[in-house]
Design a protein. Structure first.
Lengths: 283, 283
C-alpha cells in the first residue's frame, strides 16, 4: 500500500499532511489528509478521530477551515479527513452534473447500480481500505477510534458507527442527514447508488438502523438553528424519536443563529473533539 | 459611506461579515471582512485589531484559515481584514502578470508612479478611509487599535504602526518583510510604485523608519524557521539590529520547522491576539 505525500506543514506542534494513493476499493487515486499531533515522536500510538465531509467537499474544506488542530494537539488525537467520492475523468458523475450526486457526493455507501458500482465504494473505502492504510503509515492506535462528520458526512459517521459499534468508541455529527429514506438528498443518492428497493437503504439510514436494532452508547449532535437545510433535508427530530424509543442517549444541541457552513462547524468542532477524547480515555 | 453586506455568518457567538464599498482612495470597489465578537450587543465599543495580508491574498485567506475567532470572542476584539490591493479590470496590473506586483500586491503604499498612482493608494485606504468606515458602521472603540500582518502585510503593519504611533497601541507581525529596501520583493514593489529615488522608500521600510527615528513601545514577531523566504526576502535580523540600536523591545520568536503558510499563522495568531489584548487593556 504505497502512499504519496502531497504536502506536509507543521501546525500546532504537529504535522498536517495531505496524501494520495491508488485505491483498490474505488479503482481511482484517492486523496486524504491526516493531522498527527505532537507527542507521537516517542513511539506512542495515538487515538484516531475520523471526520467525514459533506456534499461538494474534499479533504481540503475541513483541513483548511475546521480549526481542529489546536484541540487535537492538546488532546493527542490523530485527525483523518477522507474525500467524499472517487474522482477522475473515468468516474461517472451525476448525469446533469448536479452537486448532490456523483462526484463529491458518495454518501458513504457501496453502490450496487450501474454505472456507479465500479467506483462508488466509499463505505468499503472509509471502513476498510483507508483504516488499513492509516494503521500501516501513521502512529495510530486503531483500538481507539471515534467518528464524526458534517451533513452527508454526519450521515456517514452515524451509519458507520451504528453498523460497527465495536470499531468506533464514540460518534458525533454536525447537522447530519439523519434519514436519507425521508429527504430529497437521500432519496436521490440511495436510489441512484442502491436502486429502487428501499429495503436495502435501511442499512444506510441512521434512523432506520436504530429502529432495526443497531445501538451505540451515546450520540452528540450540533445543529444550527439558522441552517437552511434543517427542515427539508436534515430533520434531526426523526433521529431524536428513534433514539428515545431505543434508549440511546442523544445530546442534540440546537445552536441558535448558526448556519450550515464551516463557520458553524469550526465554532463547535473542538467541543466534539473533547467529547470524543473523554470516551477515548484521553482526558 | 454606503456599505454593502456580502455575507454574514454566526461564528463563536459573534458575527463574521464580509462587506464591499466604493472606495474613494482607490477609485474601485473594495471588499473586506470584519469579525465582531459577542458582547457588542449591549452597546459596548470594542477594541479593533487590524490584520494586513500578504502577497496574492484577499480578505478571504485569513478569514477562512486564520483561526482567530475563538480568541477574538474570548478577548472581545473586533478583527478587520482588508484586501491587499485595488481590484478590477480597469486597474493596472504587473505588466507580466507576476504575483509580486500589482493586483494582490499593493504593499500598503500610496503609489506616485504612472500608471499605478490613480488606484494603488493602499496606505491611505488602510489608515484613513477604512478606519472611518469601521468607526461609522461597527461597534468599534477607535481609541483602542492594534495592528498585525503577514509577510507583505507584516511590512504594512510595522511601517503603519511606526508612522502612526499615537494611533496603534501595539504592533506585531508574522514573517514580515522588514526592509523592502534590501530584498527583491521590496525593490520591485517600491521601485514600481514610488519610483527610482530610494530616499522616498525609507518612509515605507520598517528598518529604515527606526533608523530614522520612528519608535513604538514594543514589537512581537513570529518567524518560521523553515520559511523558504526567510533568507532571501524577510531578513528579520535587519530589524533586530535596528531595534537593538534604537532601544525598541523586540520579541523575535524563531519557530522551528514552521513555513510561510497559514498553518504557521493559525498556530500563533491567538498568541498575538492575547499580546495585543494586554496592551489594549482587555485582560
Amino acid at each position: 500500500m504505497a502512499l504519496e505525500t502531497v504536502s506536509t506543514n507543521k501546525a500546532f506542534g504537529g504535522t498536517q499532511g495531505v496524501y494520495r494513493h491508488a485505491s483498490t476499493a474505488t479503482g481511482t487515486d484517492m486523496t486524504f489528509s491526516v493531522y498527527v499531533p505532537p507527542g507521537a515522536e516517542a513511539g506512542a500510538r495515538l487515538p484516531v478521530i475520523w471526520y467525514l465531509s459533506g456534499l461538494t467537499c474534499t479533504h481540503a474544506n475541513v483541513t483548511e477551515k475546521g480549526e481542529f488542530r489546536r484541540a487535537c494537539a492538546e488532546l493527542g488525537l490523530i485527525f483523518v479527513a477522507p474525500d467524499t467520492s472517487p474522482r477522475g475523468e473515468a468516474v461517472p458523475d451525476d448525469p446533469a452534473g448536479a452537486y448532490d450526486f456523483g462526484l463529491g457526493a458518495g454518501f458513504y455507501v457501496d453502490a450496487t447500480e450501474a454505472p456507479y458500482a465500479a467506483n462508488y465504494r466509499m463505505y468499503s473505502y472509509v471502513t476498510e481500505e483507508l483504516p488499513a492504510l492509516i494503521a500501516a503509515h501513521f502512529p495510530a492506535d486503531m483500538g481507539a477510534q471515534a467518528i464524526t462528520g458534517h451533513s452527508m458526512g454526519g450521515h456517514g459517521a452515524l451509519t458507520i458507527a451504528l453498523r460497527n459499534p465495536d470499531r468506533y468508541r464514540s460518534v458525533s455529527a454536525f447537522a447530519p442527514i439523519v434519514s436519507p429514506l425521508r429527504c430529497p438528498w437521500g432519496e436521490k443518492a440511495l436510489g441512484g447508488y442502491l436502486g429502487p428497493d428501499r429495503a436495502t437503504w435501511r442499512a444506510h439510514d441512521a434512523t432506520a438502523l436504530i429502529e432495526d436494532g443497531a445501538r451505540v452508547p451515546a450520540i452528540l449532535i450540533d445543529q444550527g438553528g439558522a441552517d437552511s437545510f434543517l427542515e427539508g433535508q436534515l430533520k434531526p427530530g426523526l433521529l431524536a424519536q428513534a433514539c428515545e424509543a431505543a434508549g440511546i442517549p442523544l445530546t442534540l444541541r440546537m445552536q441558535d443563529g448558526y448556519d450550515h457552513s464551516y463557520y458553524f462547524i469550526s465554532t463547535f468542532l473542538a467541543d466534539h473533539l473533547r467529547w470524543h477524547a473523554e470516551r477515548l480515555g484521553r482526558r
